[in-house]
Design a protein around this ligand. Structure first.
Ligand code: FES
Length: 99
């Protein structure tokens, strides 16, 4: 669930970097390389306000189709272009490098 915290969107930064700037405890296991899938977020509102899939994000989603919900994005691969409301998946997603 979202915790209600708001943060100004910076279009040049990924959602993962936004979390790091605010010292949020956001899971990531591959250093933002679109390899692990652990950084994924559920987009509750404003999914149209995120940059399109990168090639790397698309490839990971295609390889692990059953592990992704349609409203999930990799925080390390997308940047906000407007308002979005996100939440961390619960339970946390598995590291796709080891499934
Ligand atoms: S940090 Fe591993 S996929 Fe985003």
């Amino acid at each position: 669930m979202p915790d209600g915290a708001e943060q100004p969107a910076k279009e040049e930064l990924s959602l993962l970097v936004h979390a790091m700037i605010e010292d949020r405890d956001h899971m990531q296991a591959c250093g933002g390389q679109a390899d692990c899938g652990t950084c994924r977020v559920q987009v509750l509102e404003g999914i149209e306000n995120l940059t399109p899939y990168t090639v790397d994000e698309r490839e990971l989603r295609e390889e692990f189709t059953d592990y992704f919900e349609p409203n999930e994005r990799l925080a390390c691969q997308c940047r906000p272009t407007g308002d979005v409301t996100i939440a961390a998946p619960n339970p946390p997603p598995p590291d796709l490098r080891f499934v």
